[in-house]
Ligand binder design. Sequence first.
Ligand SMILES: [Zn+2]
Length: 296
Amino acid sequence: MQIKVALLTATLALGCAFAAPARAADTAAAGPQRPPGIAPLPKVTSPRLYVIDCGTLTYNRPEDYQLTREDVADTNMSVPCFLVIHPRGILLFDTGLSDRLVGRPLWENVDGGYGQIKFNTLRGQLADIGVTPADITYLAISHSHWDHVGNANDYAGAIWLTQKAELDFMFGAGADPAYLPLYSALARTRKIEFEGDHDVFGDGTVILKFTPGHTPGHQALYVKLARTGGVVLSGDLYHYAEERTLHRMPREEESTGTPASREAMERFLKEKNAQLWIGHSTTFFSNVVKSPGWYD
Ligand SMILES: [Zn+2]
């Protein structure tokens, strides 16, 4: 026992003596914002998609989506965030519920009947992949509702890819002052503004799909994966999977762009032979491979 302790002490002493210069060199090479000890940034030759747990919403009013409680397998909603690592850069799509909710009781965080639960931070889960906020090239949000922009300010160092209509909605006269603080840093970030679809890396593998209706500048994300095939991340084009199978939507969206956006999406899915992943569907979320696992 005593010998083991002595050996351990010697090893630690040697470790300290030789580790310091190497650590300084690593830090200098990787830039000042890369924390020591973080896993190396994954290197890829084709797009890789991570599904990150960004919280859960407890909810019991599917009637708001013109569905009954009998229609819906689970009235609660998952809240995913998505990371795409592409050979030319990294895209974060949606930022979920705020990291500040972790460890807080449910009763403190009920908004409009939606109870917010969060067990892990987005920042920590990105670190588990080997990604820091400074590594992220682009930030895009499906839309600016609070369950998608909870951590947007943390990623304002990235280039923000936004529909012009959503930008106007977020910072225009109609912006809700209760939610603006969640994403206020985006007002000052570098951004690329567009109207319609946007090819993120210029090679057709990662495309923001303009699907207005739920909000004026709502967008879904198409990712073409080498092994998995085409996947579309729905944003809130749908909430419950049963909205798609039973052809339902919130009554207030019937007179917006949502019906046309859904029809256009069905045609796109067929054309690309792609799957639709409905992020708020707990059935989808419980079956999908979560980060640090991935799809490629
Ligand atoms: Zn949502």
